[in-house]
Design a protein. Structure first.
Length: 424
């Protein structure tokens, strides 16, 4: 139980960190201010500020976000009239910090009641200092000033020139795509790592690997390196064909056409009957040929990636043609259940699960649904076609609707997962 929980947190944390780092890195490269990089959701438990970005860890280890200045996910720094704040001043009476939180006290700050402010374009704040309403004070706010928000998090203000929409269209598209891209890269790297951890890479050929000395195959005269080209005149051009023919005929005499170098041999073998769960299969005691070369181990990462991607698109295609079913989806509960199963397989099982999850996360995020990265990319494409930005209000409404639908889906999926894994 404890091992599963710790593994779940680590796996989820890696997925979120890698995904959000993609957005973070390309936003920085595009000159977009990343105000906050958060791992987890809910109340913060730790924060650290460096180079204009506040890094936070929040209490719920489910998800995370990169808060870019001016993006749909960024809360506006609107200081409502009447808001009590304290100001920290720099040289020439320019404001360097605005404390809008009651949790944090600036001992050297100037207490003010806000009357008006603009922290985007004109960069000023004005109000009544020390409760003196006879004189309205006006202060210029530094371009790189920080604001302490209601929950005590200190972040940079978001002037217009460092906002998301101020970056070029291609830069914004790359920033939106970078999260899923990083998930794909992570999966490939993990699969390559697994390729070096495995004894060898299956070749899916009809050439035998190891032959157990006491097995049915050895008694029939089969040797490692033999090429089985047919079973009972059924062509076996790869390992899957061979395994299907052998396993499907337990206890039945089979005639094998075998190539051993330049020799063509015919052998007879009777697969041993073995119970696998409720199914009876045939086994002759041979393993698939493995490729132990460096190139094969590297290419394993790409081939596994391509295999999983094709499987996922197959599932998505089935959902489109046959209708949606909640059992086709999986939320945090399903991921936890999968983590529990993966931990029983050791490190390689967990790494394989991590890679598959990473691909899933990348593909799902690229779906053209508002509030997901794919929805944002779709809006970018529409902007390119229109040759002018999508109206901010329209984009906000579409994103809000998409977010609401995603939250509803997440609730339904989570409830369905709870019923599937705990009450059946």
């Amino acid at each position: 139980m404890i091992v599963t929980i710790i593994t779940f947190i680590i796996v989820f944390g890696i997925l979120v960190l890698v995904h959000e780092f993609g957005h973070y890195y390309f936003a920085k490269k595009a000159g977009i201010l990343v105000r906050e990089f958060s791992i987890g959701m809910g109340p913060k438990v730790w924060w650290y500020k460096k180079n204009g970005t506040t890094y936070t860890i929040r209490i719920l280890p489910l998800g995370g976000y990169v808060r870019m200045a001016g993006s749909q996910d960024d809360d506006e720094d609107t200081l409502k009239p009447g808001t009590p704040v304290s100001l920290q001043m720099g040289d020439d009476d320019v404001v360097t910090m605005i404390n809008a939180s009651q949790k944090t006290t600036l001992f050297s700050g100037i207490p003010m009641q806000v009357v008006d402010s603009d922290l985007v374009d004109e960069l000023y704040i004005e109000g009544y200092v020390n409760g003196d309403e006879s004189e309205l004070k006006h202060f210029h706010v530094d371009h790189d000033a920080t604001i302490v928000e209601q929950d005590g998090t200190e972040v940079r203000i978001a002037p217009r020139d460092v906002q998301f929409q101020s970056a070029g269209l291609l830069q914004r598209m790359m920033t939106n795509f970078a999260g899923p891209m990083n998930n794909f890269i992570l999966a490939i790297v993990v699969f390559i790592g697994l390729g070096f951890m495995l004894p060898g890479i299956p070749t899916n050929s009809n050439v035998l690997g190891q032959v157990n000395q006491s097995s049915v195959a050895a008694k029939a005269g089969l040797k490692s390196g033999d090429k089985v080209v047919s079973v009972n005149q059924h062509q076996t051009s790869n390992w899957n064909d061979l395994a299907t023919q052998i396993s499907g005929h337990p206890g039945q005499k089979l005639k094998l056409a075998v190539h051993r170098g330049s020799k063509k041999l015919t052998m007879t073998v009777t697969p041993k009957t073995v119970k696998q769960g409720k199914t009876t299969v045939g086994q002759i005691g041979v393993t698939e040929q493995l490729n132990t070369s460096f190139t094969a181990r590297i290419s394993y990462g790409w081939t596994q990636f391509a295999t999983i991607v094709s499987l996922i698109f197959g599932v998505l295609g089935h959902m489109i043609t046959h209708g949606f079913n909640l059992n086709d989806f999986g939320g945090p509960v399903a991921i936890y259940a999968g983590t529990s199963q993966a931990t029983t397989l050791g490190v390689t099982g967990v790494l394989n699960f991590l890679a598959v999850l990473s691909i899933n996360l990348g593909i799902v995020n690229l779906l053209p649904i508002p509030a997901l990265d794919g929805g944002k990319l779709l809006l970018n494409i529409l902007e390119a076609i229109r040759r002018k930005p999508i109206p901010e209000k329209a984009e906000g409404i579409v994103t809000l609707i998409g977010f609401g639908l995603l939250m509803l889906l997440m609730i339904l999926v989570t409830w369905n997962d709870i019923q599937r894994y705990f009450f059946r």
